[in-house]
Structure formats: C-alpha cells, structure tokens
Design a protein around this ligand. Structure first.
Ligand code: NAD
Ligand code: UD1
Length: 340
C-alpha cells in the first residue's frame, strides 16, 4: 500500500486526513513542529484507527531534517498542510508568514526532487479567488487580489507549484482550495484546537457555548444577503478529509497532472443561520450581539463544487446540523483542547 507524508499533519485538517487515509488503507507519516498543534492529536488518531503513524517533530523548512525522513521511508505522495493560517496575525507579522509558508513549500519541493517523489497535494484556500470574482467560485476563474499576507502566501504558493509542475514533466500537483472547514470527527476525540482567542467563527461559537468566552460578536448585519449577515460555504472537516483521500487516489493514478479542485459544499449559510442551528441541535444558548463589519470580509463566498464531483467522484455527505453537533461534541469533551 502507498505511503503518504503529511507535512503539518498534526493540525486540525491534517489529523482528520490522517485518520481517513488510514481507514482507506494508506500508510501515513506525519512531520510537524507543533507550532499550532499537539502530538496528542496523532496519538488519538492511532487509538481511533488501531494503526501506527510514524511521527517526526521537525520544521518543514529544515531540508536536512526532511531529507532524513525521506531517506527512512519510501514515500509515494506528500500532502502539504504545514503553514501559519491566522489572517490578522499575518497582517501584523507578514515576514514571518512569508518565511514560514513559502519556505516550507520550497523545502518540500527540493527534498521531494532529491528523493524522486513526484506527487504533491497542497492545502490552498478559497481566499485566492479574491474580491474580483463572482460567486459561486469555479476553478476556471483567475486568482484575484488577496486582502492580507496569509492569502497572498496561498496565491504565491499556487504559482510556485504550477511553475514547478510546468518545469518537471514527472511532477504531479493537486491544489485543493478549501472553503470553511468546521466540525470534528464524530468520536469527539480530535478537533480544532485554536491557541488564544479564536479568529474563526465556529471555535468562537463553541467557546462561548462552553463558557470560556462571554459573547460572540456577529460582524455586520447590513450585507446584501437574505438576513444581512455574511454567507460562507461551511464544510464538515470529515468530508474535507475524505476529499484528500480521493485526491490521493487520483494523483497516484495519473502519470502527470496539475489540477485545482474546490473542496466545498456549494451551499452558503449565513452567520445567523450557523448560530441558530448550533443552538437548536445542541439545545444550548450562544450569547451573541451584532457589531460592525470586520475589515476584509466578503458578503458571500461559496464554491462551485462540480469539478471535484466530476473528476474525483467526491461530494460532501454531512449536513450543517452534523457540523454544529460535532463541533460541540469536541468542545464539550475537550474544553481545553488537547491540553486536558
Ligand atoms: P493547523 O494550524 O491546525 O495545521 C497546520 C499545521 O502545520 C500545524 O500542526 C502546525 O503546527 C504545522 N506547521 C506550521 N508551520 C510548520 C513548519 N514550519 N514546520 C512543521 N509544521 C508546521 O491548520 P489547519 O486548519 O489544519 O490547516 C491546514 C492547512 O490548510 C494550512 O496550510 C491552512 O492554511 C490551510 N487552510 C486552512 C483553512 C481552515 O479554515 N482551517 C482554510 C483554507 C486553507
Ligand atoms: C477566514 C479568512 C480566510 C481563511 C479562512 C479559513 C478572513 C478575512 N478570511 O475566512 O482567509 O482562509 O478564515 O481559515 O479572515 N464571524 C463573526 N464573528 C466572529 C468570527 C467570524 O461574525 O467572531 C463571521 C465572519 O464575519 C464571516 C464568518 O463568520 O462572515 C466566517 O468567518 P471565519 O470563520 O473567520 O472565516 P472567513 O472570514 O470566511
């Protein structure tokens, strides 16, 4: 069976993907420096699946450390999750974001080349569509202008991968543009574990529900949407993880490819709908107030998800109710994340 290296695999999406890859019969290796994660996530995946994962603590920018891992294993494909992802922090610390996100990518491509590993899947983001394109976003649209350095790192890394694939007729690349992942594995044993004050909506909602934060501020209610709050394409992280398994099946079956796939549901929900659904399915109140818009937010952002269905045979299966229930299940079982 093929062996997949997950760079940044101890994080939120990586740990869920590790679990689904193991369930699909792949061998998994993880390298992470725990900048935003804990090895406990991988230990829990091992417990959930009954499989072992080769786990390395290393910085993915470190080509020597990477080379030692590549020398130890016969790797068929890499999934590159390793990156810093806090939008606000990227505005404050752009150099740190460009250094970490771009250098991890270059280091992986260099070491893969040295060890003749020719398949890589990259965690990109819907943010690369920018403000110019109209929803629903389709892969045929050009990348737009990003509003923050985090977004620009994704856009630049997509360009780097495309250039590398053009120059190497053996290198296969799949760029996955995620929409808004939420939820967690139904066991409630692995989930999203943000450090400090959450930037994203769902972890903020769950932390208010569990009593760690007082009140959610809904950013803006004067958007040109049905209820005036922003709409996003929320996707259950388990569906997203299964999309990676399909992408691995696909890339391993190609002689050569360079493809982009949106991973979203194609259906937008508003912030108010998220809060109301969360309250209803979990039978718990989420204190909230309406506040001003957050700078840089778009009114609506959702995918045209046809390409992933037509080519990968992937579509989402979970509902918004599943996403809200599973997010809460993780939070209430692990009020302090992996630091219990
Ligand atoms: P995460 O922070 O939970 O996971 C990223 C992992 O990368 C963490 O475990 C972190 O410790 C590790 N990492 C960072 N820099 C590293 C380095 N130099 N060396 C080794 N490990 C390093 O985030 P996530 O939500 O799981 O996101 C995974 C990827 O998907 C990221 O690239 C992110 O930008 C991208 N993405 C996430 C979202 C989202 O909403 N969560 C949306 C679009 C794209
Ligand atoms: C954000 C990033 C995006 C990144 C994505 C996944 C911005 C501008 N964009 O997307 O680049 O790829 O996360 O990490 O930060 N909201 C509230 N109150 C809150 C938090 C959020 O009302 O306390 C609203 C936001 O206005 C938005 C929605 O909830 O309408 C979702 O927000 P969030 O989870 O931060 O994701 P995005 O902004 O879509």
């Amino acid at each position: 069976m093929s062996t997949i290296l997950l760079a940044g695999g101890a994080g939120y999406i990586g740990s869920h993907t590790a679990l689904e890859l193991l369930n699909a019969g792949y061998d998994v290796i993880v390298v992470d420096n725990y900048a935003n994660s804990s090895p406990e996530a991988i230990h829990r995946v091992e417990r959930l699946t009954g499989n072992n994962i080769a786990l390395y603590e290393a910085d993915v920018k470190d080509t020597e450390a990477l080379s030692r891992i590549f020398a130890n294993h016969s790797i068929d494909a890499v999934i590159h999750f390793a990156g810093l992802k806090a939008v606000g922090e990227s505005v404050q610390k752009p150099i740190m974001y460009y250094r970490n996100n771009i250098d991890t990518t270059l280091a992986l491509l260099e070491v893969m080349n040295s060890y003749n590993v020719k398949n890589i899947i990259f965690s990109s983001s819907a943010t690369v569509y920018g403000e110019e394109n109209k929803v629903p976003f389709a892969e045929t649209m050009p990348r737009g202008a990003c509003t923050n350095p985090y977004g620009w790192t994704k856009s630049m890394m997509e360009q780097i991968f495309e250039d590398a694939a053009k120059a190497d007729d053996k290198l296969s690349v799949v760029l996955l543009r995620y929409f808004n992942p939420i939820g967690s594995h139904e066991s409630g044993m692995i989930g999203e574990d943000p450090q400090g004050i959450p930037n994203n909506l769902m972890p903020y909602v769950t932390q208010v529900a569990v009593g760690k934060r007082e009140c959610l501020t809904i950013f803006g209610k004067d958007y040109p949407t049905p209820d005036g709050t922003c709409r996003r394409d929320y996707i259950h992280v388990v569906d997203l993880a299964k999309g990676h398994v399909k992408a691995i099946d696909y890339i391993l079956a190609q002689d050569k490819c360079c493809e982009i796939f949106n991973l979203g549901t194609g259906v937008p929900y508003s912030v108010t709908e998220i809060v109301e659904t969360f309250e209803r399915v979990n039978n718990i109140k989420v204190n909230h107030v309406y506040g001003p818009r957050r700078a840089g937010d778009l009114a609506e952002l959702y995918a045209n998800a046809d390409k992933a269905f037509n080519i990968l045979g992937w579509k989402t299966e979970k509902t918004l109710e599943d996403m809200c229930r599973d997010s809460w299940n993780w939070q209430k079982n692990n009020p302090n994340g992996y630091r219990n």
